[in-house]
Design a protein around this ligand. Sequence first.
Ligand code: AMP
Ligand code: GLY
Length: 424
Amino acid sequence: MNVLVLGAGGREHAIAWKISNSRILNKLFCLPGNPGTASIATNLAGSLSDFSQIKQAIIDNQINLVVVGPEVPLVAGITDYLAYELPEVKVIGPSKQGAMLEGSKEFAKAFMLRHYIPTAQYACFTKDSIEEAFAFMQTLKSPYVLKADGLAAGKGVLIIDSIDEAKEQLKGIFDGQFGAAGDKVVIEQFLSGIEMSAFVLTDGKDYLLLPEAKDYKRIGNGDTGLNTGGMGSVSPVYFANEEFMSKVTERIIKPTIAGIAAENIDYKGFIFFGLINCGGEPYVIEYNVRMGDPETESVMTRISSDFLEHLIACAEGRLSKEEFTISDNAAVSIIMASGGYPEHYESGFLIDGLNTKGGMVFHCGTKASPDGIVSAGGRVLAVTANAKDIATAREDAYDLLGNIYFNDCYYRDDIACDLLQDED
Ligand code: AMP
Ligand code: GLY
């Protein structure tokens, strides 16, 4: 089995790492990959927006299975393109229609409404209905949640306390603040609670529930400061106990997959349920049609069965829970970022200590240079450890991180701290 992973971040490095341990793997490729994936796979040059280049890479390297990492090519229809051009190649990633669960907030909300899946109350507006939008806001309590309908690189959600400010921002979105992604805006009820991420691999009929995780979105310790792509992750999440997860399964996961089947949506891939626990009751904040980053860097280390076998079974529409196992261990992943991220930061700093043993160092934003591997992004590395419990995994991950250095690096000190007391 020759496998191609599409993408270039820490998520793709972690997926590739997991696949690289499979006993049925022949050759592993990443496109474009990064210096981390280069140590376990062959990186192929190419762009995720150039589907014909990807097709050629698949032909040239006799690829049997493609795993699509990020959402953008899925929403742009790479799965449909490959199904048409190379029908014998298996693809992990939903069809363009399935990818709308992430690509259009309005589609996702209407889907949840049709299938009675718990989510915040909402309404959707366009520039022409801005007066109705203002009237709808009057019926809600502060804070106001505004969501650009389309993909906006994780920046399309605004949560605003003052109604006047929310109205101004809504005008700004309709005036193009998020480009075409903001032609429609979903306005919804604010839900208060703790968030977590649940993941399934589904063939559109059956599913495997992957380990759940929690990510840390804010830049600063104690969840303060600006939102980021995620500054760390931990798995398992103790409030996701049996009782809570059985509500998630019965009220959210099963109805979502039944809805996909009932609507004849071709879906073979991951669903990432962004959930919020409101007083013990789960609600869907959002669907993503890919794995989370940096959640994947923790999640992959806890899957103990052969992940590639599950991926193939999924692509062939014959998923079975029997062979699937998750370890009782815990994982913690800490992002080392460039100082200044998520605002202005500098890149190109040489990274020391990458070969330190004691965990996994997944590459998020790095580049090879004549001197060695250098930083090349806001989020640079996901330093990850897996151990018998969260406290040990956390200690191991920070120990490992202590041996890695680049100029101006920044990380949070408190990843997984909030889950430690639950462990006692
Ligand atoms: P999204 O891109 O939909 O995941 O939204 C980004 C973040 O905004 C989420 O992770 C939540 O922290 C927050 N958020 C989104 N929708 C709501 C809501 N209805 N109530 C409270 N927080 C929300
Ligand atoms: N960590 C959240 C995401 O991948 O969207």
